[in-house]
Ligand binder design. Structure first.
Ligand SMILES: O=P(O)(O)O[C@@H]1C[C@H](O)[C@@H](CO)O1
Ligand SMILES: Nc1nc2[nH]cnc2c(=O)[nH]1
Length: 247
């Protein structure tokens, strides 16, 4: 497989990755014969970037002809049935920064990308969710494949116990610091979206617990499940309709 990779620092006006574990490269290639572009590292609100800058790659993908976006993230499990290492197909989200007016579409609407008031009740493509469940079953992943609601917060501090309890009561199954802003911009410009959370740690919900969320555990769980995540995503891609470019 031939790939061409660009460091973010060599791409004019592109943000830079500042997070440990994010390589900061845009990689073009083919996956099982399908053309794709892959971000090795994304941008987060807590890095200090304006929300429009974080989501700029989505519009670049749209201009490159991408039709389907597949997003992954690391998240803390709020759902008490979830285990570390579970993979959650995101079926919906809670946009906490959005509640406070921090939405990537705030400001003048870019009409060439999409409408002023985009619908978000169909943000996560249902056919792709079903495809992921079918592929997961075939690969023998059903024991650790879940479907749930992802909640985004600004970070970088992890949640307090009271915050975790509140988010769980509000209907979130997992909590993280990314993805939702990218989804909103991708949907605004009409790309299909599929997203997965890897449950890298259990959110601490109990004052008697000795557990503490930490980035090392996040990276370690990511490494442990990397191969299965790769198989899941690459198999999903081979089953996408022909001529569907994706990121
Ligand atoms: O980029 P994602 O959302 O996968 O990364 C999560 C959120 C923080 O960047 C980091 C915390 O450990 O993992
Ligand atoms: N906000 C948040 N982000 C995460 N990313 C990975 N784990 C977590 C977590 O527990 N909370």
């Amino acid at each position: 497989m031939r790939i061409v990779a660009f460091n973010y620092r060599d791409i004019p006006n592109f943000p830079q990755s500042t997070v440990h574990g994010h390589a900061g490269r845009l990689v073009f290639g083919t996956l099982k014969g399908r053309p794709c572009v892959c971000m090795q590292g994304r941008f987060h609100l807590y890095e200090g970037y304006p929300i429009q800058k974080i989501t700029m790659p989505m519009r670049i993908f749209k201009l490159l002809g991408v039709e389907t976006v597949i997003l992954t993230n690391a998240a803390g499990g709020l759902n008490q049935d979830y285990k570390v290492g579970d993979i959650m197909i995101i079926k919906d989200h809670l946009n906490m920064p959005g509640f406070a007016g921090n939405n990537p579409l705030a400001g003048p609407n870019e009409e060439r990308f999409g409408v002023r008031f985009p619908c978000m009740s169909d943000a996560y493509d249902r056919e792709l969710q079903q495809l992921a469940l079918d592929v997961g079953l075939e690969l023998g992943f059903s024991d650790f494949l879940r479907e749930g609601v992802y909640c985004v917060l600004g970070g970088p501090s992890f949640e307090t116990i009271a915050e975790c309890r509140m988010l769980h009561k509000l209907g979130a199954d997992a909590v993280g610091m990314s993805t939702v802003h990218e989804v909103i911009v991708a949907r605004h410009c009409g790309m299909r979206v599929f997203a997965l959370s890897l449950i890298t740690n259990k959110a601490v919900m109990d004052y008697d617990s000795e557990e503490k969320a930490n980035h090392e555990e996040v990276l370690q769980t990511g490494k442990q499940r990397a191969e299965q995540l790769e198989r899941l995503v690459s198999t999903i891609i081979t089953r996408l309709e022909h001529n569907n470019n994706f990121a």
